[in-house]
Design a protein around this ligand. Structure first.
Ligand code: PHE
Length: 429
C-alpha cells in the first residue's frame, strides 16, 4: 500500500497544508476575544509558551505516528500496536474528525451565506438553524469533499498552497481598513495592553486549550497529514512553521476585527456571535456615504472566513477518507461520497438546533480532543521505543539531535500532566 501512496510535494507544501488545517475559525472567533479578555499581550506570551512547550510536543507525537507508518490513523495503530487497547486511539482519531466535520461545515455554510448577503448588506437576523442553514451546510461540505476527492496532491495540497497566501493577503487588507476606522485605538489597546491582573490559573488552561484546538491536535489530522510527509522532511521544522503561521494569522485576525468592533462602540464577544451578529452590524453601518465600501469589506471578510474554514474542513474529511481508502480498499472518490453522506447525516443533529450544535461543539473540543491528545503523548512517550521516536524526530540523528532529550522529556512527562489538568478542568469548570 505504501508503494503507491501520495506524498506532499516538499517543505512548503507540508507547511501550507498543515497551516491550512490549523488556520480556521479558532483563529478568527476565539483567539482575538480570548486575548482581550485574558490579559492582552500577557495572554499572547502565555499562548506562545504553551504552544512551544506543550502543543508542539503533542504535534510532534502525532507526526511521529503518521510519518513512521505512512498510514491512516487506524492503519498506523495496527502497525504500531496491533490488537492492543491502543487501537482505541486509532478509532478515536477517525471518529472525532467526523463529528467535528458535522458541525464545522455548518459554520462554513453560514460563512458562504454571509458572503452572498454582503452584496445587499441585508443581513437580517442571524438564523443559525433550519433548512437554509442545511442548504449552505450541504454546499460547503460538498465543496470540501470535492477538493479531497481530487487527491492529496491534486486537491488538498493545491488548494492549501493557493489559499494560504490569499488568506494572509485578505486579512491584511481588512486589518488596514479596520485600524484606520475612527476610535480604532481602543480595539488595539484591548489586544496589546498587558494586564497581569487578568492572568489566573484559568488563563493557562484556556491558552493551552486554544492552542491545541487551533493546531488541530488530538483528532488524527496531524497523524494523517504526516503520513504524506516524506522521510527526508524535517518534522520539527514543519511543526514550528505550522505553529508560527497559525499564531501570526490569529494575531492579524485580532487586529482586523477588534479595532472595528470598538470603533462601532460594541462590546466584544466570542464564538458565532462575534462574526455573524456583531460584525455584520458594523459592516452595514460603516459605509454610510459609500455603501459599496461596506459591501466590499464585508464580502472580503466572509470570503476569508469561508476559505479559512475550508482549508480546515478538508483536513478533517481526509482522515476518514484515508481510512476508507487504505483499510477498506475503497476508491478515493467513493470514499469521499461515503464520508460526505455520514457527515451530512450527523450534521442533521446540529443544523436544526443551535443548542445541540453548542453541545456537540463543547463535547468534541473539550472532551474528545483532549482525550485524543492524552492518548497520543502517552503512546509515543511510553509505549513506542525511544529510538524509533528519536529516529523520526531527528531524521536518524541528523537534525536537532541535541534538542531531542528536551522534546522527549516534554512528551513523556510534561505534556501528559498538562493535558490531564486541562481535561479535568474542562470536566468540572
Ligand atoms: N484548527 C482549526 C481552527 O482553528 C480547528 C479545527 C478543528 C480544524 C477541527 C479542523 C478540525 O479553526
Amino acid at each position: 500500500m505504501s508503494g503507491n501512496r501520495e506524498h506532499f510535494g516538499g517543505r512548503a507544501a507540508v507547511i501550507m497544508a498543515m497551516a491550512g488545517s490549523a488556520i480556521g475559525l479558532g483563529n478568527i472567533w476565539r483567539f482575538p476575544y480570548m486575548t482581550g479578555e485574558y490579559g492582552g499581550a500577557a495572554f499572547i506570551l502565555i499562548y506562545i509558551a504553551c504552544s512551544l512547550v506543550l502543543s508542539l510536543p503533542i504535534f510532534l507525537s502525532e507526526a511521529v505516528i503518521g510519518r513512521r507508518t505512512h498510514a491512516n490513523a487506524i492503519g498506523a495503530m495496527k502497525q504500531l500496536a496491533p490488537r492492543s487497547g491502543w487501537m482505541a486511539l486509532g478509532y478515536l482519531s477517525v471518529i472525532t474528525p467526523i463529528v467535528i466535520a458535522s458541525y464545522y461545515c455548518i459554520v462554513g455554510g453560514w460563512s458562504i451565506e454571509y458572503f452572498f448577503k454582503s452584496f445587499t448588506l441585508d443581513f437580517g437576523e442571524f438564523s443559525p438553524s433550519g433548512w437554509k442553514a442545511l442548504a449552505f451546510d450541504t454546499l460547503f461540505l460538498a465543496l470540501s469533499c470535492g477538493i479531497v476527492a481530487l487527491g492529496v496532491k491534486g486537491g488538498i495540497e493545491k488548494f492549501s498552497k493557493m489559499s494560504i497566501p490569499v488568506l494572509f493577503l485578505l486579512i491584511v487588507i481588512i486589518l488596514v481598513y479596520s485600524v484606520n476606522m475612527p476610535g480604532a485605538r481602543a480595539g488595539i489597546d484591548y489586544l496589546v495592553k498587558p494586564d497581569l491582573s487578568k492572568v489566573t490559573g484559568k488563563t493557562f488552561a484556556f491558552a493551552l486549550g486554544q492552542s491545541f484546538y487551533s493546531l488541530s491536535l488530538g483528532m488524527g489530522i496531524i497523524i494523517t497529514y504526516s503520513s504524506y510527509v516524506r522521510k527526508e522532511e524535517n518534522l520539527v521544522v514543519s511543526g514550528v512553521g505550522t505553529a508560527l503561521s497559525d499564531l501570526l494569522f490569529a494575531i492579524l485576525a485580532g487586529f482586523a476585527i477588534m479595532p472595528a468592533v470598538f470603533s462601532a462602540g460594541i462590546k466584544p464577544s466570542a464564538g458565532p456571535g462575534l462574526i455573524f451578529e456583531t460584525l455584520p452590524v458594523i459592516f452595514a453601518g460603516m459605509g454610510a456615504n459609500a455603501p459599496w465600501v461596506s459591501s466590499v469589506v464585508s464580502a472580503l471578510f466572509f470570503l476569508t472566513v469561508t476559505v479559512a474554514a475550508m482549508t480546515s474542513s478538508v483536513s478533517v474529511i481526509e482522515v476518514g477518507v484515508a481510512y476508507l481508502v487504505e483499510e477498506k480498499n475503497i476508491a478515493r472518490k467513493k470514499a469521499c461520497l461515503i464520508v460526505f453522506l455520514v457527515t451530512w447525516l450527523l450534521g442533521l443533529v446540529s443544523v436544526f438546533s443551535i443548542k445541540l450544535f453548542g453541545m456537540v461543539d463543547a463535547f468534541t473540543s473539550n472532551f474528545l480532543l483532549t482525550l485524543g491528545a492524552i492518548m497520543v503523548v502517552l503512546f509515543v512517550g511510553w509505549k513506542m521505543k525511544r529510538d524509533d521516536v528519536r529516529d523520526e524526530i531527528t531524521n536518524g540523528g541528523t537534525k536537532h539531535a541535541g534538542l531531542f532529550p528536551v522534546i522527549y522529556f516534554l512528551i513523556r512527562y510534561v505534556a501528559p500532566i498538562a493535558v490531564l489538568v486541562i481535561f479535568i478542568s474542562n470536566l468540572i469548570l
